[in-house]
Write a protein that binds this ligand. Structure first.
Ligand SMILES: CC(C)(COP(=O)(O)OP(=O)(O)OC[C@H]1O[C@@H](n2cnc3c(N)ncnc32)[C@H](O)[C@@H]1OP(=O)(O)O)[C@@H](O)C(=O)NCCC(=O)NCCS
Length: 182
């Protein structure tokens, strides 16, 4: 299977919204624990209309495609925080999450940001640890969730070996390879 991470366009809003909602519902049970109140609050602002406006905002939204279908989305806010990073379950563990994060980190560097912050779900905590994020000690409580503040100091664009454009990433993937909350 072939994946691609690219900057989102307005026409992607419906599919990106559906993928984000499925990821929250189906992949984040460790966080929402099936609590209907938490789930309703978490999903309430994940609407196609909001996705459209976030894509058109001064933030930066990317989508992940697997075999041509949108399977996830991630967003860097205008303030420089990662506020979305979600993939549907069948797209996990193939490098797409890494590619979306790399795209946001690349955009942050282009914007001159020296560090990135986020509030991690319990579900994704180890993923961020592997990607060099450390806990800030802050706690988030959006939507009734308990999330952990994490941050990463970004290398500079002109460091040797750093690409100046990681907005688009392509990957050929062989099967089996192995506030959060805008
Ligand atoms: C977090 C998420 C985007 C990661 O995407 P992914 O495509 O599965 O991750 P990758 O395949 O790029 O994996 C990168 C590394 O992180 C590890 N990893 C990924 N998810 C992990 C998890 N939940 N726990 C532990 N390790 C994890 C992988 O094993 C891999 O390790 P390696 O580099 O040593 O091979 C995806 O799991 C997801 O959508 N989770 C549910 C939504 C969520 O909680 N989002 C975060 C909101 S803040």
């Amino acid at each position: 299977m072939h994946f691609r991470v690219r900057k989102a366009e307005t026409v992607d809003a419906d599919a990106a919204c559906a993928a984000v909602r499925r990821s929250i519902q189906e992949c984040c049970g460790e966080d929402h624990r099936g609590d209907p109140g938490i789930l309703a609050a978490w999903l309430a602002n994940k609407t196609p209309e909001n996705l459209r406006s976030w894509i058109q905002s001064h933030g930066h939204v990317v989508v992940a495609e697997l075999s041509g279908n949108i399977v996830g989305g991630a967003m860097l806010s205008r303030e420089g925080t990662i506020v979305l990073n979600y993939l549907v379950p069948e797209a996990h563990s193939q490098g797409l999450g890494s590619a979306m994060l790399a795209a946001l980190e690349g955009e942050a560097r282009r914007r001159g940001l020296e560090e990135l912050e986020l509030y991690s779900t319990a579900t994704a905590h180890q993923f961020y640890v592997r990607k060099g994020y450390v806990e800030t000690g802050k706690r988030g409580s959006a939507f009734g969730l308990s999330s952990r503040g994490m941050r990463k100091i970004l290398g500079r664009l002109d460091e040797p070996g750093r690409s100046s454009d990681s907005t688009v990433a392509d990957g050929g993937v062989s099967p089996g390879h192995g506030s959060p909350h805008a």
